[in-house]
Design a protein around this ligand. Structure first.
Ligand SMILES: [Cu+2]
Length: 216
C-alpha cells in the first residue's frame, strides 16, 4: 500500500490487540477475587457477624484503577479514530462512490462514470474499487438507519437518512464481503454486498464499460 494511505485494518487491529489483554486481565482479576472471597468468608460455625461493612482504601483503589484503564482505552481509541479521519480526509480520492442504503438494498453510484450498481434483496452486483488508492464514499440512507460494514477492513459506519456521511477507505487487492450492521427490518440479513478491489487500470477499464463489462 502507498505510504501515507491509511489502513483501517492495521489501526483497529492494533487497538484490538490492546483491548483484549486488558479485558482478559480485568475479567480474571474479578473471577479470582470472587473465588478467594467466597472461600475465605464462607459461612461456618460459630457464626460471628463482621462488624465492618466497607473498606474505603480498597474500594477507592479499585475504582481509581478501573477509571485509569477506561481513560487509557478512551484516549487510544479517540487518537486512532482521529488519525484515521485526518489522514483519510487529506487524501485526494481516486474514485468517489455514492452509497445509498435502503430497505434492503445497497445502491452504489459512480458519479464520474454515470452508472449505478445494486446489491441486496434484488441485485447482487459487486462494488468494484481500485486497490491501493483512496476511495471516497458518500454514505446516506433512504429510509431508516443502516450501517455500512466491511469486517475485513475493520470498518463500520452508519448510513443516516437526511445526512451524507463522507468516509475514505483504502483497500488491498481482494474480495471483501460487506453487510448492513444495523438491524433495519425483516430482511436485514439479506442486505449484503461484496467489494472487489482490483488494480487501478482494471478498475478504470471496467468503469468505462459503465459496469456492463464482466466483473473484474
Ligand atoms: Cu440495513
Amino acid at each position: 500500500m502507498t505510504p501515507g494511505l491509511v489502513s483501517t485494518r492495521s489501526e483497529y487491529d492494533h487497538l484490538f490487540s490492546i483491548y483484549v489483554p486488558i479485558a482478559i486481565g480485568v475479567f480474571s482479576l474479578i473471577v479470582v477475587v470472587m473465588v478467594v472471597v467466597v472461600l475465605i468468608f464462607r459461612r461456618r460455625p460459630p457464626e460471628l457477624a463482621a462488624r465492618w461493612h466497607e473498606n474505603n482504601p480498597v474500594e477507592g483503589t479499585y475504582a481509581v484503577l478501573l477509571a485509569c484503564v477506561a481513560a487509557f482505552l478512551l484516549y487510544l481509541t479517540f487518537t486512532a479514530e482521529h488519525r484515521v479521519d485526518t489522514v483519510a480526509n487529506r487524501e485526494r480520492p481516486a474514485v468517489v462512490v455514492n452509497v445509498r442504503a435502503s430497505k434492503w438494498e445497497w445502491t452504489f453510484t459512480y458519479p464520474a462514470y454515470g452508472f449505478s450498481l445494486r446489491s441486496g434483496t434484488v441485485g447482487s452486483q459487486p462494488l468494484v474499487v481500485p486497490a491501493g488508492e483512496a476511495v471516497r464514499f458518500n454514505l446516506t440512507s433512504l429510509d431508516v438507519i443502516h450501517s455500512f460494514w466491511i469486517p475485513a477492513l475493520r470498518y463500520k459506519h452508519d448510513a443516516i437518512p437526511g445526512s451524507v456521511q463522507v468516509i475514505t477507505l483504502t483497500f488491498t487487492r481482494g474480495v471483501f464481503p460487506g453487510q448492513c450492521a444495523e438491524f433495519c427490518g425483516l430482511r436485514h440479513a439479506d442486505m449484503i454486498f461484496v467489494a472487489h478491489a482490483v488494480s487501478p487500470a482494471t478498475f478504470t477499464a471496467w468503469a468505462r464499460t459503465r459496469g456492463r463489462g464482466p466483473t473484474p
